[in-house]
Design a protein around this ligand. Structure first.
Ligand code: FAD
Length: 501
């Protein structure tokens, strides 16, 4: 064994500092040193503010006090994504966090609901998702504070200020021994076998290491520009290739501090709104084939609420992933590793997920190829799952009112998604692997929201008397609604419990 002595992280955006924080935690008490190089002059992308529930789990696993984190980053809570105008104009649905209904006499809730629905039951699937009902009423309580109620079945994530998250995690990592070096990387030096030897900075500093993590964002200085690892493009499957982002002041209206991320379909893509305690993040993700930058900016600015705090920022992107995330002695994370439009807020998640895999397949200085191969296979599978889930939102739309939406309906559907959809359409079965990110409630919510319902339910559900199903449905939906009605408004909850001192 030749243990890794020096791990160098290139780049200090959200990806770099999440990685540094996780490495500082894992390498504590070992001889491995971790150094992060970043350039204030270049800065970070400054977007990426909507997370999913495993982010909260990550904070806990690092021993970070959640309330302190929320106060320091001016975060707000996220129970769901509200999709407006995606299936058809003037229709909306929620993708909630947590579970959807409970078992009915040991039968899967969704299957029971399908049977009731086939018999004409009037309920909607989301009537049984605590997170949806809370999001819709703009209410919030930490679900574990309501044990023995239906609210306990909700889950939550955070809306965060990207810059403050990086600062917070930087402090965390530096306190645990990570060294930060300021400077622009001018040159990446390699060994004769092509592996990376060190980074030469424009201020004359030299940073050597035996393992490198490329978090340099879309530049991909190490994995792309130096090691020449190619990019698998998914531009045919997903048409959007640009975003315009702008931050706005909060309004006085508590309803604007919604406990969900808003995703509203537009003529040539979709618009997001992410409320934080001190401001909101807004953006329009669009396809340059159908919309100019000027039109995108004008469309976004017509719809934002509150005074703009910065000039609108245009961000071009290429949808896809690196052919290999780990090559020689370098692993790419974050935007350097790939990018899929942020419709389901998955990019930050893919960073810590990949770091988790890196810990699982942690190498010594020899970087055994079998570890690399398995890491690359697992991480690629995660990206492909996210791609499939995002394509699902487009390929099921019934919108055909603009050239963009007509083109979106005709984009190729990946074979893996086609297989998932066929299986689901048969009897509502999900084609899931062992470690998939999106659980049953996620797929069922988006399918239902996009008008895809299975042809029939699973035959075993017929064993249950129909009265047991309808009595459960008729009792639980009003009960959930009443329980949620008694909760504090999300904005009030933030003022009472999470405001920075
Ligand atoms: P960056 O933030 O670009 O950081 C790159 C770092 O590398 C910087 O520190 C920079 O200074 C450094 N660097 C680069 N070149 C050099 C050099 N030559 N020398 C020294 N340092 C260098 N994700 C989500 O999970 N949820 C969302 O809601 C979400 N929304 C998004 C919206 C848009 C429009 C986009 C484009 C992305 C979004 N993402 C979202 C993705 C998210 O922003 C990124 O995954 C996350 O910010 C990580 O970025 P990064 O750290 O890889 O890159």
């Amino acid at each position: 064994m030749k243990p890794l002595n020096r791990i160098v992280i290139a780049g200090g955006g959200t990806a770099g500092w999440i990685t540094a924080a996780m490495l500082s935690f894992m390498t504590k008490g070992t001889s491995t040193a971790v150094e992060l190089v970043e350039s204030d002059e270049i800065g970070t992308i400054g977007v990426g503010e909507s997370t999913i529930p495993p982010f909260v789990v990550l904070l806990r696993s690092l021993g970070i006090d959640e309330q302190d984190f929320i106060k320091s980053t001016n975060a707000s809570f996220k129970l769901a994504i509200r999709f407006e105008d995606w299936f058809k104009k003037n229709q909306h649905y929620y993708h909630p966090f947590g579970t959807l209904g409970g078992l009915i006499d040991n039968h899967e809730f969704y299957q029971c609901w399908l049977r009731a629905k086939a018999a004409g039951h009037p309920s909607e699937l989301q009537d049984f998702a605590a997170a949806t009902v809370m999001a819709d009423q703009m209410k919030f309580l930490l679900p574990f504070k309501a044990p023995r109620t239906m609210i306990a079945s909700a889950s939550y994530a955070l809306h965060v200020d990207a810059k403050r998250v990086a600062q917070y995690l930087r402090r965390y990592a530096e306190e645990r021994g990570v060294t930060r070096t300021e400077g622009r990387i001018n040159r990446v030096r390699t060994h004769p076998d092509g592996s990376i030897a060190g980074l030469d900075l424009s201020n004359g500093k030299v940073v050597d290491g035996d393992f490198f993590i490329d978090c340099t964002g879309f530049r991909a200085l190490l994995i792309g520009q130096t090691l020449g690892v190619g990019y698998v493009s998914w531009a045919d499957e997903l048409l959007c290739d640009r975003a315009v982002a702008v931050q706005t002041e909060n309004t006085d209206d508590d309803a604007d501090v919604h406990p969900y991320t808003l995703s509203q379909a537009q003529d040539c893509g979709w618009r997001w709104r992410i409320p934080l305690q001190h401001r909101a993040g807004n953006g329009y993700v669009y396809s340059s084939r159908f919309l100019s930058d000027d039109e995108a900016v004008a469309t976004l600015m017509r719809q934002v609420k509150g005074r703009p705090l910065i000039e609108p920022n245009i961000i071009p992107f290429k949808t896809g992933m690196r052919a290999k995330m780990w090559e020689k002695n370098c692993v790419a994370l974050g935007l350097a590793a790939g990018f899929i439009e942020p419709l389901e807020s998955t990019a930050i998640h893919l960073v810590y997920r990949a770091v988790d895999y890196l810990f699982r397949f942690f190498p010594d200085a020899d970087c055994d190829p079998s570890l690399q191969a398995e890491f690359n296979r697992r991480v690629a599978a995660e990206y492909e799952e996210v791609r499939d889930f995002i394509v699902l939102h487009y390929c099921t739309t019934q919108r055909d009112d603009t050239p963009f939406w007509r083109a979106a309906q005709r984009t190729p559907i990946p074979a893996s998604l086609r297989a998932r959809m066929e299986l689901f359409k048969a009897t509502g079965i999900l084609r899931q692997g062992l470690e998939e990110l999106f659980g049953a409630a996620s797929w069922q919510s988006v399918y239902e929201g996009m008008g895809v319902r299975p042809a029939r339910y699973q035959p075993f559900v017929d064993k249950l008397p129909m009265s047991v199903i309808t009595e459960t449905l008729d009792r639980s939906a009003p009960l959930l609604k009443a329980q949620v009605a008694g909760l504090p408004h999300h904005a009030q909850f933030l003022r009472d419990h999470c405001r920075a001192e």
